[in-house]
Design a binder for this molecule. Sequence first.
Ligand code: 13P
Length: 254
Amino acid sequence: MKPFLYVANWKTNFSFNQEVAFAKEHHAELIELGKKPAATIVLCPSFCSLAPLHELFKNTSLALGAQDCSAYKPGAHTGQVNAQSLAEVGCTYCLVGHSEQRTQCQETNEHIAQKVTQLISHKITPIICIGETSKDHRAGKTLSILEEQLTPILALFNHAQALPSLAIAYEPVWAIGTGTTPTPDTLHKTYTWIRAHLQQKLGHVSQKIKLIYGGSVDEKTGLDIIKLTDLDGVLVGGASLDFQKFKNIVELQR
Ligand code: 13P
């Protein structure tokens, strides 16, 4: 069975001291969790904590991810963190296009595609977040929004014979932090569409792209979600801030 991804997105809920304290307090348990053969655990703390967490978890089965990255090579880009630095502090994953970035930083799909290019050139797996707002959901526009968000990303690989490691996280904006999730049936239909779309645009190589779900995943909602056959992982926000809740999600039976 290929490992299921459990990605903890701490956002900026914790301060630097709190993130390091969390990692130290749960150090042994997190490493233990990472040893589960069917699970890959990825911790995504804020930028400041990446280096100390790398020190704490290097040479363990736990992976480290950033929450964003610069769209540019090293240069005059004040305030940004480039992919090379992320690789140097041990990141093997990085979220891009999170809806909070899209709305709070007016991020465009083209800009997100540039970030993907940077990450790939440093062998970091981009976790590309896509998802529709509640307004678009109610208007029945989910699939057209997903298509729009994916277009500049998929254009990067149009003629590729082989694909780099990539993950796509479907996170409906209306499900983030609300306690509401799409029904398993709706999710199944959405993932079936995403798979078919990837296949149509990229051919059979697209099979290796991992599909993830995010938005109000906890011990209860996770039960049905992680059983979805076309799903390769979950992206957990709020519930990842409590070690026990996160562990319970990782231990749900698939
Ligand atoms: P919640 O799990 O808190 O809904 O957050 C989901 C999310 O945004 C993960 O990236």
